[in-house]
Ligand binder design. Structure first.
Ligand SMILES: [Zn+2]
Length: 271
């Protein structure tokens, strides 16, 4: 969960390997790759896709959606975790193939519309996509009886977004949290960052938000955030829902928070 594994280059094929798509809970499905998490929420009014990932991931995601018995063209809304190429470079292609509307947090929208041109550290560039709806903290995305809430959890990017929803399954309701990314990547300047002066206070805000969320189902922008491989093994072994993991969520947030405070202290002391 440290930043080292997340250094962004242009397309990283080893992050884009297909995995068998699966149901998480209710009408929420995993349709991402081995390393890049994408989620499909199906509704009677069409479907919501969170994270088209790389442009090269879009065919992988499309095939996962179809393997589950759904149509990719039924995607009505596309959302992202944050405006980095590994979660969002495929927005333009996914929109083209589905005709879906793209909704993005205001502070990340310029990156999506410029293909990453204004990023405060990365040089990676991708196909720009038109943002149909600009979101603000607390905004709701509604479709077919499903409501997703956009929580601004900035720092990793200026508009990094954590998505929450309440979903019902088997007569119980579950609070789902899809963490945007609280990682401080290698090379991130938390002190004296001219291109992102508020970065440290933004991260602090993010941890306040994450610590305040109630989580039953713990998910995030990368499978490693929520121990996907381990939980998948348990799912295959008959555990009805290994993704119910409130303790895992709290532990992960605490770990991310400590990692941030450690890096901030290091940079403040000029090491
Ligand atoms: Zn990122």
């Amino acid at each position: 969960m440290t930043g080292a594994a997340f250094l962004i280059a242009d397309f990283t094929p080893s992050w884009n390997q297909p995995v068998q798509p699966f149901k998480i809970i209710s009408n929420l499905y995993y349709v991402g790759t081995n390393y890049l998490a994408s989620f499909l929420i199906t509704t009677p009014a069409g479907n919501i896709l969170i994270n088209p990932d790389y442009q090269e991931s879009v065919p992988v995601i499309k095939s996962s959606v179809e393997k589950l018995g759904f149509r990719f063209t039924d995607t009505e809304i596309i959302l992202i975790s944050h405006a980095h190429d590994d979660h969002a470079a495929g927005c333009a292609l996914a929109k083209k193939l589905t005709g879906a509307k793209l909704a993005v947090m205001a502070q990340d929208a310029p990156e999506i519309e410029s293909g990453g041109a204004g990023d405060f550290i990365y040089k990676s560039r991708w196909q720009p996509a038109h943002v149909d709806r600009t979101l603000h903290d607390g905004d709701k995305v509604n479709l077919g009886g499903i409501t997703l809430i956009a929580h601004l959890t900035p720092g990793h990017t200026k508009g990094c977004t954590t998505w929450t929803a309440t979903m019902n399954d088997g007569g119980r309701s579950y609070d789902v949290v899809i963490v945007g990314s609280p990682n401080v990547n290698t090379g991130y300047k938390l002190v004296g960052n001219k291109l992102y002066p508020g970065i440290a206070s933004d991260y602090k805000r993010t941890f306040q938000v994450l610590e305040g969320l109630h989580c039953d189902i713990f998910l995030g922008a990368h499978g490693v955030y929520f121990d996907m491989d381990e939980k998948l093994k348990r799912l295959k072994a008959g555990d009805p829902n290994p993704f119910v993991d409130p303790a895992g969520y709290r532990a992960a947030v605490e770990k991310w928070h400590s990692a941030f405070l450690e890096k901030l202290a290091e940079q403040e002391s000029g090491k």
